[in-house]
Ligand binder design. Structure first.
Ligand code: ZN
Length: 333
């Protein structure tokens, strides 16, 4: 696990923001979350979860029901072929500004005007049909890893990849309404993938001000709640997260707080010591990012109570609102 010359000790609190823990920011969460404060404080220094196994986008620790990653394929075909990955509010601000000097309308307005957010819908519904492609190893700087994974499903077959795309699209709508330029890593416009290294590259090349990778977890029933995955400090090959660890934690804390408030969900009860925050060094999508980036695991698809939420369009809208508000807070909107 020692990838660089200065492995972060668990208490490498250079990246910790004790002055502004998310669970203290919003009084409306007080009842639900205040009880978590003691463990949360411990969690700030203990969430350095280092695992060498597990797929990208999946949590540390044993995955329940490996079969869940191979079932459901039949029910869901390849990705659609409709929309473009990039939804840039058009025309772009500079173009329209120069086009009409006397009519300064058009450019995006709102608190996120001029900001770029990359949303990464985890997995792809077509991955089940392209196992050879997604099993290919790619370089994540510190290691080599599968290009992508299928993701999980609920017990009734609702695919994580469907969930992530839906929440991502809802988030895009909200972000664009606030003036942001939103770029997707994919939008059901390709049969599989993209690979995790490409997902990171899209954020980097967009010079994103924030990147959020949307997921849901697939662990055994009884494990509930959401968590945010933050990048560990890693260095190796093309991976160097030293510049993004701090801002990514800020982004993650803000999303955690807003997500809890908007959805009413609690931080995960099975990892993160009740903080809803976990640090990982094994995810290519984080290791290769040069922009502030987090993953969010919105809930556990294999738990019936969580699944009831994850399959609800109304709940997914609340999830998107929480993610959006966290991004807005991070970007100072
Ligand atoms: Zn996932």
């Amino acid at each position: 696990m020692r990838y660089d010359d200065s492995p972060p000790p668990p208490e490498s609190s250079s990246s910790v923001s004790p002055d502004r823990p998310w669970y203290t920011r919003r009084s409306t969460l007080a009842v639900a979350v205040a009880a978590l404060a003691p463990t949360a404080l411990a969690g700030w220094v203990l969430t350095q979860v280092l695992t060498g196994s597990g797929h990208d986008g999946q949590p540390p620790g044993p995955k329940a029901l490996p079969a869940s990653h191979t079932t459901g394929a039949g029910a869901h075909g390849g990705a659609g072929d409709a929309k473009a990955s990039t939804t840039t509010p058009s025309p772009d601000a500079s173009a329209s500004a120069s086009a009409s000097a006397s009519a300064p309308a058009a450019p995006a307005k709102g608190p996120l005007a001029g900001r770029t957010v990359v949303i990464d819908p985890g997995h792809n519904t077509g991955n089940f049909k392209h196992t050879s492609e997604i099993d290919r190893q790619v370089d994540i700087g510190t290691n080599r890893k599968e290009c992508d994974t299928t993701g999980t499903t609920t017990n009734s077959g609702y695919m994580e990849a469907e969930f992530t795309l839906d929440v991502s699209r809802r988030t895009r709508t909200l972000l664009e309404s606030k003036g942001a330029k939103v770029v997707f890593t994919h939008d059901a416009d390709r049969p599989w993938g993209p690979c995790i290294d490409e997902r990171a590259r899209i954020g980097n090349e967009a010079k994103a001000d924030a990147v959020v990778s949307v997921h849901a977890d697939g662990v055994s029933a009884g494990n509930r709640g959401f968590h945010i995955i933050l990048p560990a400090t890693v260095k190796g090959g093309a991976a160097d997260t030293s510049k993004i660890v701090g801002p990514s934690r800020d982004l993650g804390e803000r999303i955690a707080g807003n997500f809890a408030r908007s959805t009413g969900s609690a931080p995960a009860n099975y990892l993160g010591s009740g903080t809803g925050l976990v640090v990982r060094d094994d995810l290519g999508g984080l290791n290769l990012s040069t922009r502030p980036k987090v993953f969010i695991e919105c809930g556990n698809m294999r738990d019936a109570k969580d699944a009831a939420q994850l399959t609800s369009p109304e709940w997914r809208q609340k999830a998107a609102e929480g993610i959006t508000n966290g991004i807005v807070g991070f970007l100072g909107g």
